[in-house]
Design a protein around this ligand. Structure first.
Ligand code: HEC
Length: 122
């Protein structure tokens, strides 16, 4: 059992002409769970513009989840109430704008998908 005829990942092989034991990944292969082909869900945009609709139905459960995610990922800068006075800002990070202004109240929901998320998706 200790010595089995198997290839260990990335180990050399005499079987294939390119000397690799692993076969190259087929072009267009997407890792499981990484097929982000839904523009609205993953970028907040439709036809390249900030979407005015959510990609799913909004209910109390979704709102609670959003609050939880905001408190974890956004509040360190934007503050728990969206004033832009999060803890890292109080300690010297750049001050984000307050969310409590008409320009942002009137903005389509897609505007609130952070650019950092968009970059990660590309
Ligand atoms: C590391 C600090 C930081 C974190 C974390 C952060 N932001 Fe921001 N955010 C900023 C700053 C600073 C700006 C202002 C950027 C600018 O004006 O160029 C900003 C701007 C924005 C804007 C644009 C507001 C406008 O004026 O149009 C939105 C929307 C936004 N953030 C949403 C979020 C969301 C949602 C999260 C969490 C998923 C988040 N941000 C996390 C620092 C942060």
């Amino acid at each position: 059992m200790h010595d089995q005829p198997k290839y260990i990942p990335l180990r050399e092989s005499t079987f294939f002409s390119d000397s690799r034991s692993a076969r190259p990944i087929v072009e267009g292969t997407v890792a499981r769970g990484h097929l982000r082909d839904d523009e609205l869900t993953y970028t907040g945009k439709m036809d390249g513009k900030d979407a005015a609709v959510f990609p799913m139905a909004i209910d109390a459960r979704v709102m609670a989840r959003g609050r939880e995610r905001f408190d974890i990922y956004c509040s360190p800068c934007h503050g728990r109430t969206g004033q832009g006075d999060g803890m890292v800002v109080l300690r010297g990070y750049r001050h984000p704008p307050s969310f409590h202004q008409d320009r942002l109240r009137d903005a389509p929901v897609g505007h609130f998908v952070p650019a950092s998320e968009r970059d990660r998706i590309r």
